[in-house]
Design a protein around this ligand. Structure first.
Ligand code: GLA
Length: 389
């Protein structure tokens, strides 16, 4: 078991006793290859997991309380399982409360537990640190209660927890990826039917994640305002007699015929979702054919659409995408996740990834003076309990 030494030490301090015998849950991070802001529009996404992990350990208590410690945040919270309610203001513990409340709402009687969490996933960087926390807690609580929830239902449960307790109108992409993407594969997920196809990632493709250093703050409502705009666009189109349920159903002719009715902003939001769904299909072909340049070109088009049409970029992301694309061996780059900060994903040959990553860092530092955090993607196994007492 490759438990990080710092987590082993934290577990010991926490009172977990023999770390090797403890119940441990390991949940990877998500890197979305393409299909951004498509999931809550019932569209298509193409994410993979990577070997950055949230770890959780849990031991039962003989009362109905959850005591949860986050080693990253350096904080402990205690709450009762009975009568859980969302907090007045947002904090990381809302994800934990949300998951516990949703499990109990399913009729699962949880035991009180002491939970310790640690994570290598940078927070608020577009790599689904929130979903990995939700799944880690869900799997830990289920495991000590001796219960199971089918994987698709567990992903939906964690999504509901985030929507209700963190107030983020997130889609299903993150929770589904962390639960379902097999090692070495991306998943093509239809966010309406939840059908999944596992798409092997060619070994010659390398992916580098670089953090621009600005944290996005999804609970502040930026993702929600985009989700609201998408709903508003659908309402206008339906009022005009179009038979659509979500932007997934949009076609170019419908969009163009309704350009004036939508107005400039909603027209561009719609155009992003429409073109992004098409890019996902092309990206699947690029993966299947091992076409690095094709995928790189799709990355650049995706980024331009996120910046110009969906307007979720920021100055630091722009500087980083330019620095990355100026680096030798990069075929294309784009922001990943919700946006307004966080990471940029670049594609290169896997054999060159270490050298390319260095050049991206140097280029970004020379423009901004910032030392960027980086990670070379290593598609990992899905969320799992790796040992139990
Ligand atoms: C956040 C949300 C996801 C998805 C992305 C954008 O990460 O949690 O559901 O909407 O933004 O693609």
């Amino acid at each position: 078991m490759s438990m990080p030494a710092k987590f082993r030490a934290a577990l010991h301090d926490f009172g977990g006793g023999n770390a090797d015998g403890a119940l441990l849950v390991k949940v990877p991070a998500r890197v979305n290859i393409i299909g951004e802001h498509a999931d809550y529009n019932d569209g298509f996404v193409l994410p993979m997991s990577t070997a950055l992990f949230t770890w959780a350990t849990a031991s039962p208590r003989d009362d109905r309380k959850i005591r949860v410690t986050s080693h990253n945040v350096g904080a402990t919270c205690l709450f009762e399982l009975d009568g859980i309610q969302p907090g007045e203001s947002f904090s990381w513990v809302e994800y934990v409360k949300g998951v516990a409340a949703e499990l109990e709402d399913l009729g699962i009687v949880l035991c009180g537990a002491d939970i310790l969490i640690d994570s290598d996933i940078p927070l608020g960087a577009g790599l689904s640190s929130s979903a990995s926390l939700e799944l880690a807690v869900a799997k830990a609580l289920l495991s000590i209660a001796g219960e199971r929830v089918p994987e698709p239902d567990l992903a939906k449960l964690c999504q509901r927890a985030e929507q209700r307790y963190a107030g983020v109108q997130c889609g299903i992409m993150d929770q589904y990826t962390l639960n379902c993407a097999k090692e070495g594969h991306a998943i093509l997920l239809d966010c309406r039917s939840l059908e999944v196809a596992q798409i092997p990632i060619p070994s010659e493709m390398g992916f580098i994640v670089t953090d621009c250093g600005v944290k996005h703050r999804l609970p502040d409502g930026q993702l929600n305002s985009r989700a609201d705009e998408c709903v508003a666009a659908v309402e206008i189109l339906v009022r005009d007699g179009q038979e659509i349920e979500s932007l997934r159903d949009l076609r170019t002719d419908i969009l163009e015929a309704n350009r004036t009715a939508l107005g400039d902003v909603l027209y561009r939001r719609c155009r992003h979702v429409l073109t992004e769904n098409e890019r996902v299909q092309s990206a699947v072909q690029a993966l299947e054919n091992g076409e690095l340049q094709d995928l790189g070109t799709l990355f650049d088009a995706c980024h331009a659409s996120l910046r110009d049409d969906f307007e979720v970029s920021c100055d630091e992301l722009e500087a980083l995408v330019s620095a990355a694309n100026a680096s030798t061996g990069v075929f294309g780059s784009r922001m990943v996740g919700g946006g307004f900060g966080g990471c940029v994903l670049s594609i290169c040959r896997s054999d060159d990834a270490t050298e390319v990553a260095k050049e991206i860092r140097a280029n970004y530092a020379s423009v901004t003076g910032k030392e960027a955090w980086q990670h070379i993607v290593e598609p990992a196994k899905p969320a799992r309990v790796i040992s139990r007492a």
